[in-house]
Write a protein that binds this ligand. Structure first.
Ligand code: GTP
Ligand code: NA
Ligand code: MG
Length: 290
């Protein structure tokens, strides 16, 4: 099979790390500097995931904290939504218990890690110490001959953030992320909520081209897509692999971590949902009888 025939897709990146090491600050900086943010005058409603367009023309998709929850949920179901983990370690605090947790999760999922040593602007910053601490915990830091990229950044000043984007872009090139854009849509629910306008879910497309009018099944619910919105709340016509989008019109609210599959027609979608609900009820009944 000649993979070069399959279109490239953006890498999907999850940011992990110890509490207060700066995950949200880094994401906020990336979000504000993203094309979407400048085009749409600042992000007010965000959808748990966003994409950053690089000057190279490439795109990176970042999962926000709810995406992190979905990542763990999907991991438990044996699925990997994330291609790359960015491990944030504060330069003044170094490796902490949740740093080690994040390393454990990423390694168990066989997801490559890029280290962002954050808060490099602080006078107490000690990036060399962080590298040594990471090496002692099994991270093969590139400075010491390993192949784990380490980037020094400040989520506060933006220093090194371009290098972080470059490191992600390089890792993605090595991993050669590609996905078919034709055929039925597949994806994951990252998060779901009920708004005044109805039930919406953030869907990360894994393959295919998601369009208005498509019929999707997720868990024990389905939708005929009326509107697709990007992270800026702007209506879009179609969304390809590696991109997140808000999907409306759900019969019921799906759950974070549900797999999304396209159905050929409404009847088929309803049949699948009915069958799954019946199955759930049979399982529950069997449990009650134990
Ligand atoms: P949790 O979500 O609670 O785990 O925290 P977090 O990892 O998202 O950290 P957050 O972005 O909330 O940052 C924690 C604190 O560190 C805040 O007071 C930030 O302003 C500060 N901070 C984050 N990044 C930097 C940085 O690069 N430099 C400096 N000086 N402060 C930073
Ligand atoms: Na915090
Ligand atoms: Mg945070």
């Amino acid at each position: 099979e000649d993979r070069s025939e399959i279109p490239l897709r953006p890498p999907v990146v999850t940011i992990m790390g110890h509490v207060d090491h700066g995950k949200t600050t880094i994401l906020d900086y990336l979000r504000k500097s993203s094309v979407a943010a400048t085009e749409f005058g600042g992000i007010t409603q965000h959808i748990g995931a966003f994409s950053v367009a690089l000057s190279s023309g490439k795109t990176i998709t970042f999962l926000d904290t709810p995406g992190h929850a979905a990542f763990l949920n999907m991991r438990q179901r044996g699925a990997n939504v994330t291609d790359i983990v960015v491990l944030v370690v504060a330069a003044d605090d170094s490796v902490m218990p949740q740093t080690l947790e994040a390393i454990k999760h990423a390694q168990a999922a066989r997801v490559p890690i890029i280290v962002a040593i954050n808060k490099i602007d602080k006078p107490e910053a000690a990036p060399e110490r962080v590298k040594h601490d990471l090496a002692r915990h099994g991270i093969e830091v590139e400075d010491f001959g390993g192949d784990t990229q380490v980037v020094a950044v400040s989520g506060k000043t933006g220093q090194g953030i371009k290098d972080l984007e470059g490191a992600i872009s390089l890792q993605s090139e090595i991993l050669d992320h590609r996905a078919e854009t034709d055929g039925p849509v597949e994806g994951w629910v990252l998060e779901a909520t009920t708004k005044k306008s109805g039930r919406v879910a953030t869907v990360l497309v894994r393959r295919g081209n998601l369009k208005q009018g498509d019929i999707l099944v997720a868990g024990t619910t389905w939708t005929r897509v009326r509107t697709l919105r990007n992270e800026g709340g702007i209506t879009v016509n179609a969304v390809g692999p590696g991109m997140p989008v808000e999907v409306d019109g759900w019969e019921d609210q799906p759950d974070a971590g549900d797999e999304v599959l396209e159905a050929p027609d409404e009847q088929k979608a309803k049949d699948v949902v009915d069958w799954r609900i019946e199955k759930e009820e049979r399982v529950k009944l069997a449990k009650d009888m134990e």
